[in-house]
Design a binder for this molecule. Sequence first.
Ligand SMILES: [Zn+2]
Length: 284
Amino acid sequence: MQHIHRAFALLILAAPLAVPQAPSGQAPSAGQPGTTRVGAPEQAVPRTSRRRRPPDRFAGQERIRALLISGGCCHDYRGQDKILMDLMADVLPVDWTILYEGGQSSDARVALYNKPNWAEGFDVVIHNECFANVADEKFIRQITSVHKAGMPAMVIHCTMHSYRAATVDDWREFVGVTTRRHTRRHNIAVKVADRDSSLTESIPSDWTTPIDELYVVEKVWPTSTVLATAVSPEEGNAVYPVIWTNDFHGARVFGTTLGHGETFDDPVFRDLLIRAFKWTVKRE
Ligand SMILES: [Zn+2]
């Protein structure tokens, strides 16, 4: 069953800016923000019609139409959807379309991907999905074709293990790395490889994530730039990328294999997501 929620940032912003109403029978003072006083001093201002709308903090900025695709095995996608929306609401004017599909399944096929030009009308797609056992080449190429044509993307955590049953590499080339498994869960010590990037400049040198999964990366595609790595507690201390960017036929792709669970609550990771979103839509 498909669930589509359109959540417009304007509505989200309106809630915290609502002005408290004056107690019954008491006129608001002239200087109170969000109210207007007219007529005789004793005349109370109607409470529902005289409020000034709060100024649009993003006035004059072009709004961003974001499509967030989430769902599948092993993670709290509904909670992560909300975190992503709330984070961006503070920094950019975003109109969200959230497509949550597939439940906890690992082999669901997101119906939207069957549509040609499935991301038409959007400025960016965030893939936070986990459908490892879908192997249909035609279906996978239908997904990547949209990005090959220029649609920028963020790819998060299990997105990298999605479509791993496929024998073709189209999805791996799109996300920028090839990975099929992860190490045991542990607190991952992240080492920044590129300090000059706007994406990593705020990551502390001693950042360690909450319990997360370190994805075993077999291959970094030549179009990818590794921004941060971590050392495996297994496999002879092999080093794997955890944050990178990919130039997929000219489309900007930001990737991170972090984000299994509590990492979404980590302030450093949250800041990274904001920076990644801004970079992906070229609003950094
Ligand atoms: Zn996970």
